[in-house]
Each structure stands twice: as structure tokens, then as C-alpha cells.
Design a protein around this ligand. Structure first.
Ligand code: CTP
Length: 406
């Protein structure tokens, strides 16, 4: 089978050097990559670098090898176009259909999925002109990643950083994989979704907490998959030690009460909320400012717990946004009162959500693992079995169910 053809457009910003790593990831994972840097990108990273990394001649104008008509052929034959970094100027040109060099011509002739990773100073990103261009591109089904926050070119920090190359690769490769298997690539375009991930910590004193085994991987896979389908994603992460997915706004929390506040605030303008986090059901009744000491007589320490708010039930029963879809997770082992699925059905009704993703955790295998399997139950009676596969596969199966209910 021929290798999938990826065009890597590179705009003229300081982050152009990071695109070398995006190129390397794609070629090492079996893609045929054609780099198309703009003339200004070549001011940052020269043509020999792109030629050496791709094994192809490099041009930024339409006047080289004209007999092969590259200004239409590259776009027409591409399976995916990724632009990283996309400057404000490039976004403007793409939104308005300008075509004054090889990359902008390629963007006009491509009929494959397009992923753009903007990087620029915060002021340029926030300018109404840029925001209008981004909205136009998104409305056409182009996946425009939200820039990351952090250090910019100079000493300043803010929104506008290019996401990490490996994360751009992950999202773009997912978009390509879905389009090649016939999956919808922009069915969440224009939608805002909120995903919670990780496990909360309930502090006893400044050094100790009650926690749980959730790694956050399933929630992060959900956030990544939603970005690849065009959604604007907020990820509320509780104590997760994973890199930020590209294009996602990450809100960090520690305790269940902080998680509740962040989820309730975000749910107000979210079309879908997926509660993949594992909030602690209980927290210590009081917090000791000083480290708790051992008891001199060796007796058992008293530990009084109080119940935490049930976030899923709260946002399901009182929808901040009418018509929004709420998804919960249930890790069950089955017991004398019922099987895993019977307990799942009962929980779905009790929580009042639209979908409940039921995991059988009898073996404890799911925690920290890259794989997962589950049954997605719908309040409408639906039941969809997702066999063991990478957590990204379950993530897309969940968004399939959400998308049909939006
Ligand atoms: N959840 C929540 N707030 C909590 C506890 C859980 O929003 N305080 C959410 C989880 O994110 C998950 C779902 O509820 O989506 C199921 O969590 P689970 O712990 O299985 O539910 P419980 O209410 O604890 O059910 P039970 O103790 O009866 O098994």
C-alpha cells in the first residue's frame, strides 16, 4: 500500500524550527511528507534542512519544476495538510482564498483534511481579524488548534505558543487515520466540549492526601479525539502527569471541590460534558494546618470523612445549557446486588446523565493502561460494546454517541 501523503506547510514564525520534529514524527511513522515552507519560514529554517529531513526538493514559490505543475499537484494528491506554525498572515490568506505562493495554492487545491496549528503573539491571536479568520476556517471544517499558553519569542508569556510537536503529530495523525477509515473528521466543529480527567486528592495535612489510581489517560484521549473532530475543548485535569494535548485549554485542579467549581463553570457554555475524572467520594472532615503526628500510644488514628458533592449528578439534573449531552463513567466490579451492566443501568438512572461508559474493573487492569474496553449505555436504551483497544478508540466511540445526540 502506498504511504499516506502528508503536506507539511510551514509559516514564517520562530516556531518553524519545531516543525522539523513534526516532519520527523510523520516520516518515521511511515508517511510520505512534502514540506512546503513559505519564503519567510525559510528565513528561520533553511531549505537544506527541509530537503534533508524529507528527501525531497523544497520550494516556496510556484516557479520551480513548473513542468510538474506543483501548485496544483501537491494539494490534489495530499491525504492530509498540516500547517505548523500557521502565522496570522497565513490564516488570513487561507480564510480569504489568496494564493500567492506554493503553500497558499496548495491550501486552495487540497480536498483532504487540513489541520492548522497557529503560533503568534497573544495580541495578534486575540485580534478580531485573526479570530474572524479562525472562525471562517473552522466553519469550513478545518481543524484550527488553539495555541498553547506559555513563553513566547521574547521574555513575554501568554497564549500563542505552538503546541508541542509530538502533540500536533498525535492530533493530525488521528485526523488522517479517521479520514482514511471513513470516520467523520469535523463533526464536532463549532461545538464546545468539556472533559474532566484524573483523580482528585483530598488533603489531610500539608503533606498527606487521600487519592485514587486514575491516571487521566482516558480523559486525555477524549480531549485529543474531540480536537481532531473539530471541537473546542476544555480539559479539567486533576493531578495528571501527562503532556497537554495540542489545541486544548487545560484547567488544573487538585480536590473534588475545585473540580466541581471548574466543571460547573465550564458546563455553562459546553455542548457536551464528559466526566472521565475519578473524584473522591469522601474527604477528611477537617484539614490540619500542621503535619499530623503519630499517636504516642500506638492506637489507631481517628479519621473522620465527609461526603463530597456528586458533580455528575448535579450537572445532569440541572443542565446549565439546554440540549447539552452529559456523559459519565462507571468503574464497576459487580456484586451480590447485580452484574456490572445491571449496576451500570441503575447508576445511569440515578445520575441522570445521557450516556454512561461502564468499565468492568474486577481485574484492576484499566488503571494506567493504554487500553480500555467498555459498554456505552444510553438513557434512551442504547447499549454499545467497545472491545479492548487503545483508549483513543473508546474515546472516538464515545464522541460518536455524543455527536448523534447533539
Ligand atoms: N462522579 C462525580 N462526582 C463524584 C463522584 C463521581 O461527578 N463525587 C462521577 C465520575 O466522574 C463518574 C461517575 O460519577 O463519571 C461515576 O462515578 P462512581 O464513583 O462510579 O459513582 P458513585 O456515585 O461513587 O457510585 P457508587 O459509589 O454508588 O458506586
Amino acid at each position: 500500500m502506498p504511504k499516506p501523503r502528508v503536506v507539511l506547510g510551514v509559516g514564517g514564525g520562530i516556531a518553524a524550527y519545531k516543525a522539523c520534529e513534526v516532519l520527523r514524527r510523520f516520516s518515521e511513522s511511515g508517511h510520505d511528507v512534502t514540506p512546503v515552507p513559505t519564503a519567510s519560514a525559510l528565513e528561520f529554517v533553511g531549505a537544506p534542512t527541509w530537503a534533508a529531513l524529507s528527501g525531497k526538493p523544497v520550494a516556496s514559490d510556484v516557479w520551480s519544476q513548473v513542468q510538474e505543475v506543483p501548485h496544483v499537484r501537491i494539494g490534489q494528491t495530499a491525504d492530509l495538510v498540516v500547517v505548523a506554525p500557521a502565522t496570522a498572515d497565513l490564516l488570513a490568506k487561507a480564510a480569504h482564498g489568496l494564493a500567492d505562493d506554493l503553500l497558499t495554492n496548495t491550501l486552495l487545491t487540497a480536498r483532504c483534511p487540513v489541520v492548522m496549528a497557529p503560533a503568534m503573539h497573544t495580541e495578534m491571536w486575540e485580534h478580531p481579524a485573526t479570530q474572524a479568520n479562525v472562525a471562517t476556517l473552522r466553519s469550513r471544517g478545518i481543524v484550527v488548534l488553539e495555541p498553547a499558553e506559555g513563553r513566547l519569542t521574547g521574555k513575554d508569556t501568554g497564549k500563542g505558543r505552538l503546541p508541542e510537536p509530538v502533540e500536533i503529530y498525535e492530533v493530525a495523525a488521528d485526523v488522517l487515520a479517521r479520514s482514511r477509515t471513513g470516520g467523520a473528521t469535523a463533526d464536532l466543529a463549532g461545538r464546545r466540549v468539556l472533559v474532566s480527567a484524573g483523580g482528585t486528592r483530598e488533603y489531610l495535612d500539608p503533606v498527606r492526601f487521600l487519592g485514587n489510581r486514575s491516571s487521566g489517560r482516558q480523559g486525555y484521549a477524549l480531549a485529543r479525539a474531540a480536537v481532531a473532530r473539530g471541537a473546542q475543548v476544555t480539559l479539567v485535569a486533576a493531578n495528571v502527569d501527562l503532556p497537554d494535548p495540542a489545541g486544548v485549554s487545560v484547567v488544573r485542579v487538585e480536590t473534588t471541590e475545585q473540580l466541581r467549581d471548574a466543571v460547573v463553570a465550564g458546563a455553562k457554555d459546553a455542548d457536551a460534558v464528559v466526566m472521565a475524572a475519578a473524584p473522591a467520594d469522601f474527604r477528611p472532615a477537617s484539614f490540619s494546618d500542621a503535619k499530623i503526628k503519630k499517636l504516642a500510644d500506638g492506637s489507631a488514628a481517628p479519621l473522620e470523612l465527609v461526603q463530597n458533592p456528586d458533580i455528575l449528578a448535579a450537572i445532569s439534573h440541572e443542565r446549565a445549557r439546554p440540549g447539552s449531552v452529559v456523559v459519565g463513567f462507571a468503574a464497576e466490579t459487580g456484586d451480590a446486588t447485580g452484574s456490572v451492566l445491571e449496576l451500570g443501568r441503575a447508576k445511569l438512572a440515578r445520575k441522570g446523565c445521557d450516556l454512561l461508559v461502564v468499565n468492568d474493573v474486577s481485574g484492576g487492569a484499566v488503571f494506567g493502561s493504554a487500553d480500555n474496553e467498555a459498554v456505552i449505555l444510553g438513557a434512551d436504551g442504547a447499549s454499545v460494546e467497545v472491545p479492548r483497544a487503545a483508549k483513543g478508540v473508546l474515546a472516538h466511540a464515545i464522541w460518536d454517541q455524543v455527536a448523534t445526540r447533539l
